[in-house]
Write a protein that binds this ligand. Structure first.
Ligand SMILES: NC(=O)c1ccc[n+]([C@@H]2O[C@H](COP(=O)([O-])OP(=O)(O)OC[C@H]3O[C@@H](n4cnc5c(N)ncnc54)[C@H](O)[C@@H]3O)[C@@H](O)[C@H]2O)c1
Length: 344
């Protein structure tokens, strides 16, 4: 198959692109940043959040390679950052709209990356099945952007016959995710701080439970979805893709500390605004529809993730410096701290 991946320079996009290549397919990436991890597939540099007039061939009138299917991953993917900069959530919706228009004009099937955030922080269920999403509980602008994107997709299926799969991910970790200065993620951040002997802060309390997904499990599910949708075996389904087991963030931190052979110094702090504090996915649908099976529980995933982190850090010793939290999406995109006084 020939597959177009938006957001292909990101964590999931890079892992997915390499997986599809390894399976013998062609991959074309679109992202507004170059890929800092691999150059094994081409990346068209384009901002997908523009207000483009009707476009033939590719978004914004740019001729894309001919493809059989689109995987739309591009987004501002940080919950708390979008609480501070809600217009970035609107950009997420515009990106999805542009990708949908492109898919509609060329009659292409679409795989979309949604999130467990669409369930809100309701603490009503032991496990969250797909139909449990209730949009009265929209927790943050980020979840609003994913709910909006899902709604657009379902409307395109009804009105224009779009074939789609929507996947809802949860805390994907494990490889190509430690570009902390662009995209602060909790597990790579803990690896960074603990490996430097620094204290860590756990926001959301000792009983904050999340469903951590090793990246190869996530990517295996997406790849199975790409093939099933491309071959017309499965279409128009919304599917949780996580490990299907809850773990406290405290436990995740302890596993990382044990792997790094350090004694963790932990501060517990209140939850950040907009964040989900309890989520365990019901993954039966992914099993049934895609024959997918998650293989990497947190106890196995953390050692693999730490091992990858160590290798990367050994090759990039310049990254062993104190972490400064990016303040804006601009800093996240460019991976640098802006000088004081510069506009956001
Ligand atoms: N990683 C997770 O734990 C997780 C969980 C739930 C959902 N998701 C969703 O999965 C998708 C992929 O996530 P990821 O972890 O790889 O994120 P990521 O930030 O690593 O990758 C997203 C990519 O989108 C690109 N992008 C952002 N704005 C763009 C624009 N205007 N034009 C073109 N490209 C743009 C970024 O440059 C980045 O490379 C995202 O939509 C995210 O919301 C991820």
């Amino acid at each position: 198959m020939r597959v177009l991946i938006t957001g292909s320079s990101g964590q999931i996009g890079t892992n997915l692109g390499l997986r599809l290549l390894a399976d013998g397919h062609e991959v074309f990436g679109v992202d507004k940043r170059r890929n800092g991890w691999t150059n094994e597939f081409p990346t068209l540099l384009q901002d997908l959040a523009g207000h483009y007039p009707a476009f033939p061939g590719g978004i914004g009138g740019v001729e894309y390679e001919q493809v059989d299917l689109v995987v739309h991953l591009a987004a501002h993917a940080k919950v708390h950052q979008l609480v501070r900069e809600p217009h970035r959530a609107l950009e997420n919706a515009i990106m999805t709209f542009n990708v949908l228009e492109y898919a509609r004009q060329l009659g292409l099937p679409l795989v979309f990356s949604s999130t467990r955030e669409v369930y809100g922080d309701v603490h009503r269920f032991e496990e969250y099945a797909e139909e449990a999403a209730d949009f009265a509980y929209t927790e943050s602008p980020y979840s609003a952007s994913k709910i909006t994107s899902e709604a657009f997709i379902y409307s395109y299926a009804r009105c224009y016959g779009l074939d789609y799969l929507v996947f809802r991910f949860s805390n994907v970790y494990g490889r190509f995710d430690n570009d902390l200065w662009r995209m602060e993620r909790v597990l790579p951040l803990f690896m960074h701080q603990l490996s430097r002997g620094e204290p860590i802060t756990i926001f959301g309390g000792e009983d904050k439970v999340l469903d951590f997904t090793f990246v190869d499990d996530c990517v295996d599910g997406i790849a199975r979805g790409v093939y099933a949708l491309g071959e017309g075996r499965v279409a128009n389904e919304t599917i949780n893709l996580a490990y299907g087991q809850g773990n406290t963030l405290v436990r995740a931190a302890e596993l990382i500390a044990a792997e790094l052979a350090v004694e963790p110094r932990v501060t517990i702090a209140p939850s950040l605004l907009g964040e989900v504090t309890h989520y365990v996915a019901d993954v039966r649908k992914a099993r049934q529809l895609l024959g997918w099976e998650p293989r990497t529980p947190l106890d196995d995933g953390i050692p693999r993730a730490v091992s990858w982190f160590r290798e990367w850090r050994a090759a990039h010793p310049e990254e062993n410096r104190p972490f400064e939290r990016p303040r804006s999406a601009r800093e996240i995109e460019h991976g640098f701290k802006q000088p004081a006084g510069a506009g956001a």
